[in-house]
Design a protein around this ligand. Structure first.
Ligand code: DMJ
Length: 870
């Protein structure tokens, strides 16, 4: 307690809740900082500290502690101390008296933790009483049902080291079992894991997934377990998860949580400080480029607030203002310096040290920041500050000869404790699980930038890292051009054009795009197909342009929020009614906020025809082909309303917009609602519906095969009786992504391909000069913006596109829809034999249970997100 200059003893200070679970009256800070002393070349002090630990520390306390924290800090601390004690002893100068006493203590602690694993799943209870274990009345623990993924998945390094040092295999076995269980429970179609899991049933309790709090070191330990233990299955697991992380969570330079079942859906609009370790892990993997990008983004947040706030929004505002002197960013800085040799990272380290000395240094140590904005302190200096922060900062600046042993012979645990790599060949009696066949072939493109040796990665280019950082240097801007003197009137007089208004903006108008650029506004195409606008005032051509840009963004935000407030419409249906489908194929379609309202009017029936140009963004060149028909148009390049007007002018009686993000599907994406253009759309009289790519391709395939394809656009599927005006034949519900239906099935090649395609297509579409990766960096959701605090970096979804997916997700119509589908499915099962064998593409009836379960999951996830936001 650096403000009151006392040690914190559990029970003697007011409880701080969960944070205190790390304290077990076992001299936490002393043990956690043992190996730091050796790294800092304080060998004598290390020897004294070890003696103190052996003399004073008691592990048999009646205290309930966190299994995870006790493992990484105390067991890890003892093992790190032991590793360096035997290294020193061998050198022949220090620790000559040492006889594995720290290891014996570690073993004693290991046995104390083992009862936590007494669950059917093998996942440990989150807490244990050091004296009484679990469950007994006096233990006051053992009734918990949930634990975090990191809590259950961050044991293998310490437990395996303990087994290999001592020959007692049980520790490694238990840690492996917990990891095996987590791997089995990964969400099979996304290959992601949730934040919390039920230790008895293995159900995911929190289904959001990121690389920060609650999951972080699970991933870290898979990769490091491979390094330490040489077991390929850990690497294969890590690579599978890493592929999923890069596919869904990584939106360089951001890392945003997603939902494990709907990984294209962001689960929140802020990031936590713990994810700052991830660039370091990416370095270990060899994926340097995204590591540089994320690290640079984090550094700019730090430069803005002096420290990394515990959580910050995607537009870099403070979300949770405290900072408990976490070491993760220093850790990543160290690894990036080791990888690149770029002195820039020494400058970063210098800034960290200066800020610590300037803002956190107090007479009795370094105090955590209560609020990074005010610089207020908390009477707290967590043990990881000495265990990790000191170690990494020292190592960042240390030359090889400053360290009395070869640091390359060790691996860092998550708490930066050092375990010797020679353990990989010692006491390998644990049977490795032969799981190779479980792993799917990974798409190598995610590893394009990986390389085991960074010397090979950029041998002749010392500016490599800088070239990646450069475009990001203004990603978190420091100043906002307030108080600019208005000289706009004069500039009008001198012939300049009036500023562009948000409501007039058209994404296809090159002049508008040029103006946007001048105002420092760039257009970003997100992975999920939405477009965002981002302004960096600093990139504007002049201060007046910057101010215009700011106003444009504010108008756009208002426009966007107006649209969000507009009524959210339920899904619509596109039903193929011509031979040989006769209404069996029903595609879930998104509604439009303009044009004929299908819930109030009779359905529209007609043959389909593709418009030319296919994007429908200009006058159609094939009006004769679409006249009296339902025109198919591709999404993108201009406003939906503009497309509608063009096909209407050509005589179309309706329109279907097909998503240009290949592989998108209504199964994996929330309902898509087409917004108007912010102007009066009363002139649009025809109905317009939206189909995701997978559903759209069903119609396109049908045209290819049967040429004449007739569809029905309606608010819900019509039964076949109505269509044939005769016998009652039910409709099929197309589930274009059957894999998503059953979590237990491994994801198909198709699936991974489609997600990949979404990613690449969003990078390819380039309406505006997107040369700067910085511009693709801000994926903030509109709801996280308020004009007052956007500084000069703001983003918003323009009106053409769907606004916040969360807000467009329909939950209000659930009841009606369930009943409807229920009937259809019941009827369908009665007439199964009536299905036409010609209809063969991936058509599948989605059981009502699965539909309901899916919806329930969504609702749960959104409720959870809301709770988190609160
Ligand atoms: C450390 O105790 C470990 O690094 C852990 O894995 C998570 N982070 C804390 C410090 O922030």
């Amino acid at each position: 307690m650096p403000l009151t200059c006392r040690g914190r003893v559990r029970g003697q200070e007011p409880s701080r809740g969960d944070v205190d679970d790390a304290l077990g009256k076992f001299s936490l800070t002393l043990i956690d900082s043992l190996d730091t002393l050796v790294v800092l070349n304080k060998t004598k002090e290390f020897e004294d500290a070890v003696r103190k630990v052996l003399r004073d520390v008691n592990l048999d306390n009646d205290v309930v502690v966190s299994v995870f924290e006790t493992n990484i800090r105390v067991l890890g601390g003892l093992l790190g101390g032991h590793s360096l004690a035997i290294m020193l002893k061998e050198k022949g100068e220090y620790m000559q008296w040492y006889n594995d006493e720290l290891l014996q203590m570690a073993k004693q602690l290991g046995y104390k933790l083992l009862p936590a694993f007494n669950t059917t799943s093998g996942l440990p209870y989150p807490r244990i009483n050091l004296k009484f274990g679990i469950r007994k009345p006096e233990a006051r623990t053992g009734t918990e049902t949930d634990t975090c993924t990191a809590c259950a998945g961050t044991l293998i390094l310490e437990f395996a080291a303990l087994s290999r040092f001592t020959g007692a295999t049980i520790f490694e076995e238990y840690a492996r079992k917990a990891l095996d269980f987590l791997w089995e429970k990964r969400q099979r179609s996304s290959n992601l894991v949730g934040v919390t899991i039920n230790i008895h049933t293995g159900d995911w309790v929190r289904k959001d997934s990121g690389v920060g709090a609650g999951i972080d070191s699970y991933y870290e330990y898979l990769l490091k377990a491979y390094v330490l233990l040489g077991d390929d299955s850990f690497l294969e697991r890590f690579n599978t998860h890493y592929d999923a992380i890069m596919r869904y969570i990584s939106q360089p330079p951001l890392l945003l949580d997603v939902h494990i079942h709907k990984p294209m859906l962001n689960a929140r609009t802020w990031m936590d400080a713990l994810l700052a370790f991830f660039p370091g892990l990416q370095v270990l993997k060899g994926d340097i480029r995204p590591a540089i990008e994320t690290h640079e983004m984090l550094y700019q947040v730090i430069k803005k607030h002096n420290f990394l706030p515990e959580a910050f929004t995607t537009d870099f505002r403070v979300h949770w203002a405290q900072h408990p002197l976490r070491p993760e960013f220093a850790e990543s800085t160290y690894f990036l310096y080791k990888a690149t040799g770029d002195p820039y990272y020494l400058e970063v380290g210098k800034t960290l040290i200066e800020n610590l000395n300037k803002y956190a240094r107090v007479p009795c140590g370094f105090a955590a920041m209560k609020d990074v904005r005010t610089g207020s302190h908390e009477d707290r200096m967590d043990s990881f500050f000495l265990a990790e922060m000191f170690k990494y900062l020292y190592l960042l600046f240390a030359d090889k000869e400053d360290i009395i042993f070869d640091i390359e012979d060790y691996i860092f645990t998550t708490e930066a404790h050092l375990l010797p790599l020679w353990l990989s060949t010692t006491n390998q009696s644990i049977s490795k699980k032969n799981t190779t066949s479980e792993y799917t072939e990974l798409d190598d493109s995610n590893f394009d930038w990986t390389c085991p040796n960074t010397q090979i990665l950029f041998p002749n280019d010392p500016l490599y890292a800088q070239s990646i950082r450069e475009p990001l240097k203004n990603v978190v801007d420091k100043s906002c051009p307030r108080g600019i003197i208005r000289v706009r009137e004069e500039s009008f007089r001198s012939g300049a054009k009036p500023p562009l208004r948000a409501r007039d903006f058209m994404a296809t108008n090159p002049e508008h795009l040029e103006i946007l650029k001048k105002m420092g506004v760039s257009l970003i195409h997100l992975k999920d197909g939405r477009v965002q606008l981002v302004q960096h005032a600093i990139q504007a051509a002049s201060s007046i342009d910057a101010e215009d840009g700011l106003r444009f963004m504010q108008e756009m935000i208002e426009l966007s929020s107006q649209q969000q407030k507009e009524q959210q419409l339920p899904p619509r249906a596109v039903q193929i009614v011509s031979h040989p489908f006769f209404g069996r194929v029903v595609l879930t379609a998104g509604p439009a906020q303009f044009g004929l309202d299908l819930s109030k009017h009779k359905e529209t029936r007609g043959f389909v025809a593709s418009s030319k140009p296919y994007n429908g963004c200009s006058e159609l060149t094939n009006p004769e082909a679409v006249m009296g028909k339902i025109a198919l148009i591709q999404r993108g390049q201009c406003m939906f309303a503009e497309k509608a007007r063009n096909i209407q002018n050509a005589g179309a009686i309706g329109g279907i917009v097909i998503d240009d993000n290949e592989g998108s599907s209504s199964d994996t994406a929330p309902l898509f609602q087409m917004a108007g253009d912010g102007k009066d759309t009363d002139d649009i009289k025809i109905p317009m519906l939206f189909l995701f790519s997978k559903e759209g391709s069903i119609i396109l395939d049908a045209i290819r095969e049967y040429e004449e394809v007739e569809v029905l656009l309606s608010d819900k599927a019509k039964d076949r009786a109505a269509i044939l005006k005769g016998k009652m034949i039910p409709s099929y519900i197309i589930n274009s992504n059957p894999e998503m239906e059953n979590e237990e099935q491994p994801s198909s090649e198709n699936d991974s391909q489609s997600a990949e395609q979404i990613t690449s297509s969003s990078q390819e579409v380039d309406l505006v000069d997107q040369g700067s990766p910085e511009e693709s960096s801000l994926n903030s959701q509109p709801e996280s913006l308020s004009p007052a605090d956007t500084d000069n970096a703001a983003s918003v979804s323009p009106s053409e596109q769907i606004s916040n997916p969360m807000e467009n997700h329909e939950t209000t119509s659930l009841d009606g829809e369930c009943t409807d589908l229920d009937n259809q499915l019941q009827e369908q099962s009665e007439t199964e034999e009536d299905s036409n064998p010609n209809v063969s593409w991936g058509k599948k009836v989605q059981p009502i249970d699965s539909i309901l379960a899916d919806w329930n999951e969504d609702i749960e996830a959104f409720e959870m997100m809301e709770k988190d936001e609160l």
